[in-house]
Design a protein around this ligand. Structure first.
Ligand code: SF4
Ligand code: SF4
Length: 208
């Protein structure tokens, strides 16, 4: 368990809605859900959810902490925003999905082997290290995220796509080495450090 101490979690266990409101991005909107199901019906991943959004929101209110935070569901949100634009209560569903995934990750409760979790971690590391995504490095890391053999297989499979992108000048063959990132990396790190500080202070304030 990282960033959160055991005492905090013990205290929260009795009231998961309050815990979500205090720690999850836009979590204070969860109580606005009226269970109409429009979000789940609008979601392109609808048939594949273990728990569609409105069910997750009901589970939060029903104090089903472990089931929600260890669920794979919020990790499958593709940020298409279909649900968000259609919700009659204007609940920021997309943000809550990602907020729940992030919070589960902070607590060490996210399912470890989920491909979407692995993707998120690789993408965030790639982006936050320089301020701009290095697409070549990102693609290579994603190919090899499940081991060397699978990476080679994937790279061979994708070779025609890569060659097509090179021909169309949509990929820089020297991208791996030519990547510079943003000009003010120090400033970027200061922003990220501040964001982490605010996040921790928010959790601490709730404990007081
Ligand atoms: S569309 Fe909005 S109000 Fe309806 S179930 Fe989904 S989150 Fe709740
Ligand atoms: S934003 Fe996420 S939860 Fe909403 S409809 Fe799209 S995939 Fe589904």
């Amino acid at each position: 368990m990282s960033d959160m101490n055991a005492a905090t979690v013990t205290r929260y266990r009795d009231d998961f809605l309050k815990e979500v409101e205090a720690n999850v991005e836009e979590g204070d909107w969860v109580k606005m859900c009226m269970q109409c199901g429009v979000c789940s019906g609008s979601c392109p991943l609808g048939p594949h959810w273990e728990h569609p959004p409105q069910e997750l929101f009901m589970m939060i209110r029903a104090n089903k902490r472990e089931e929600v935070l260890s669920s794979a569901s919020m990790w499958y949100c593709t940020s298409c925003y279909n649900c968000l634009v259609r919700c009659p209560r204007e609940v920021p569903i997309t943000h809550i999905m990602h907020g729940l995934a992030h919070y589960a990750e902070r607590l060490g409760l996210a399912p470890k082997e989920l491909p979407t979790r692995k993707f998120s971690k690789i993408f965030w590391k790639n982006l936050s290290s320089s301020g701009h995504a290095n697409e070549t490095s990102l693609a290579l890391k994603l190919y090899f995220m499940n081991g060397f053999g699978e990476g080679i297989k994937k790279a061979i499979e994708m070779l025609p796509v890569g060659l097509g992108m090179l021909r169309a000048k949509r990929m820089n063959p020297f991208g791996l080495f030519a990547h510079k990132g943003c000009t003010d990396k120090k400033g970027l790190n200061a922003i990220l450090d501040k964001a982490r500080e605010i996040e921790l202070a928010k959790a601490a304030k709730y404990q007081a």
